[in-house]
Write a protein that binds this ligand. Structure first.
Ligand SMILES: [Zn+2]
Ligand SMILES: [Zn+2]
Length: 269
């Protein structure tokens, strides 16, 4: 079996195709998926998927790229995370990618709101003892620094979690692993130019690995450029298998166990 640890099934291009996607998942033996929330405004739609299907779960959080949306506070995140089948806080983190094009030429100093929002998520996760789903792009130093400042050094209060859609260096992976976090790889791992990332995937301990699609984005080879969906996550497993001398199925099994360990408290809830 395979578990997609990060997808956006509530987005229109996927939710409209849900019966077809669920059939494709079954065919591909992708038994489970975690549906990720990116704005509070979509939380009910994300949660409805988890409430409607035994094999879907939900997160609650606001993505660092989203501006002009409802700003989360700790109490709101805590309250929503108590709903049934909400198993993670996020996605949250920092995104300094293409500041000129995507952030209107603002400086990193001007993105203090992103860092404050990230701290709010960490505090909520610690309060409810649920793991964080972390998005970090071109911002790894600040991401790691804030995690440390907020007490994510593996102490009793730490929420832990996963660095999702990992695209950073081996050094960043080591730092995340040292903090006790898991590392999740997406279809990017199958892209021709991702050799450096494949080198990272070679050394991440097998008990800290997760796989994801981040669908509808980032479809793995051989579906690159198409709309992604959770039934494609075995292609990520196959790529890791190739790097580690294992079958795709074995990677599917071990990453499913890791998913249980991180998000379901070691039980198969
Ligand atoms: Zn992300
Ligand atoms: Zn995402």
């Amino acid at each position: 079996m395979f578990t997609d640890s990060h997808c956006h099934l509530s987005m229109p291009e996927l939710v409209q195709e849900l019966p077809r996607i669920r059939a494709a998942m079954q065919e591909a033996r992708v038994d489970r998926a975690l549906c990720i929330c990116t704005v509070l405004e979509e939380f009910e739609a994300v949660h409805a998927l988890a409430a409607g299907y035994d094999n879907f779960w939900a997160s609650v959080g606001v993505h660092p790229d989203n501006e002009d949306v409802r700003e989360p506070d700790v109490d709101t995140l805590v309250a929503l995370s108590q709903r049934p089948k909400v198993i993670a806080i996020g996605e949250t983190g920092l995104d300094y990618y293409q500041m000129e094009e995507r952030k209107g030429g603002r400086s990193i100093a001007e993105l203090e709101w992103q860092r404050e929002r990230f701290r709010v998520h960490i505090r909520a996760a610690q309060r409810v003892r649920k793991p964080l789903v972390i998005h970090t792009r071109d911002a790894s130093a600040d991401t790691l620094a804030i995690l440390r400042e907020e007490g994510e050094q593996g102490g009793a209060q730490a929420a832990g979690g996963v660095f999702h859609c990992f695209t950073e260096t081996a050094e960043v992976a080591r730092a995340a692993l040292d903090l006790g976090f898991y590392i999740s790889f997406s279809g990017i791992l199958t892209f021709k130019k991702a050799q450096e990332l494949r080198d990272v995937a070679r050394f991440v301990p097998l008990d800290r690995l997760l796989i994801e699609t981040d669908s509808p984005y980032l479809a793995p080879v051989p579906h690159r450029g198409k709309v992604n969906n959770p039934s494609y996550v075995p292609f990520v497993a196959a790529q890791i298998g190739e790097l580690r001398g294992m079958s795709a199925e074995a990677v599917g099994e071990l990453t499913s166990r890791n998913f249980d360990q991180l998000f379901l408290g070691g039980t198969d809830a």
